[in-house]
Ligand binder design. Structure first.
Ligand SMILES: [Ca+2]
Ligand SMILES: [Ca+2]
Length: 292
């Protein structure tokens, strides 16, 4: 459902899970081994359903470090992005993770953690809280059942500092600088959904959520790039084909409009669907735009 990566940062995408039919447990980039479903977790209708009770997970997923290793490049700067529907607040499950990057050989992680230090709020969880501070103002969830996007970016700075920025629905929740910048190397990185950290044998934290999609970048995306992931911009292309102009666009919910001058008046082009073609002879000069 979020298939279109709109910008050049897609080259920095090192892990991508959609949970869609045919790729339910697969990292589309091919860097991580397939996920293993643990406990009562399951994949249905393109979503990973994780469950928990209190601070324990009852259903979670982990990349299978028993069958393979992370084969991508070293991850220093990074961004974690998840689209999710919360199914329970802190009174159901807490201190678990939407997406955690951990080492295989040791407990060494960053993750998008829910309700561990502050009720119903998001934080960057990290080993020993070494890269953790509470986001200010942060965001307190009060509702369940809505599709939301969470993202945390990690940017290495001079002097051994790390800048951590959190976003919910592309709005900044907070930003801070901390010490203890870290990295995850080829052969020693794994992914967890539901658990705060751990491995094949389990770990702490629980979360009750449907995870629609998750992405891991080896760049600290900026606010505009996070916004483009949250609300992809409209794109339109126009090329000449023989004596026609062909206009193509990707968002089927957007409507094509035309005008004789840039100032309008603009009117919808009836029944126009992409790709749309028009004879060049039909208008000496005509302008087109997409609107939604
Ligand atoms: Ca659930
Ligand atoms: Ca999905």
């Amino acid at each position: 459902m979020f298939g279109n990566l709109p910008f050049t940062a897609s080259a920095a995408l090192v892990g991508h899970w959609t949970f869609e039919s045919g790729e339910e447990l697969v990292d589309r980039i091919g860097n991580f081994p397939d996920l293993i479903l643990k406990g009562d977790s399951l994949v249905a209708e393109g979503k990973l359903d994780v469950n928990g009770s209190g601070t324990s997970a009852t259903g979670w997923a982990v990349s299978d470090s028993g069958s393979g290793a992370y084969t991508g490049p070293t991850i220093k700067n990074k961004t974690l992005v998840v689209w999710t529907v919360l199914q329970g607040l802190n009174d159901v499950a807490k201190a678990g993770s939407l997406l955690t990057l951990d080492r295989v050989g040791s407990d060494h992680f960053d993750g998008i953690i829910f309700g561990e230090r502050q009720n119903n709020r998001w934080m960057n969880g990290s080993s020993g809280f070494g890269r953790t501070a509470d986001f200010a103002p942060g965001f307190e969830e009060t509702d369940i059942g809505n599709l939301i996007q969470l993202a945390i970016t990690y940017e290495h700075l001079d002097g051994g500092r790390l800048r951590v920025t959190g976003y919910r629905n592309a709005e900044q929740m907070g930003q801070y600088e901390t010490g203890n910048p870290s990295q995850w190397d080829s052969g020693d990185a794994e992914i967890l959904f539901g658990l705060r950290h751990g491995g094949l044998g389990g770990g702490p934290g629980g979360l009750d959520a449907l995870i629609e999609e998750a992405q891991l970048y080896r760049e600290a995306l900026n606010a505009n790039e996070i916004l483009e992931l949250y609300a992809p911009p409209l794109s339109l292309s126009a090329i000449r084909v023989d004596k026609k102009i062909r206009i193509e666009w990707t968002d089927a919910t957007a409507g094509l409009e035309a005008a004789e001058t840039l100032d309008g008046p603009w009117s919808p082009v009836a029944d126009a669907v992409s790709p749309f073609e028009q004879d060049l002879a039909a208008a000496a000069k005509r302008y087109f735009r997409l609107r939604k």
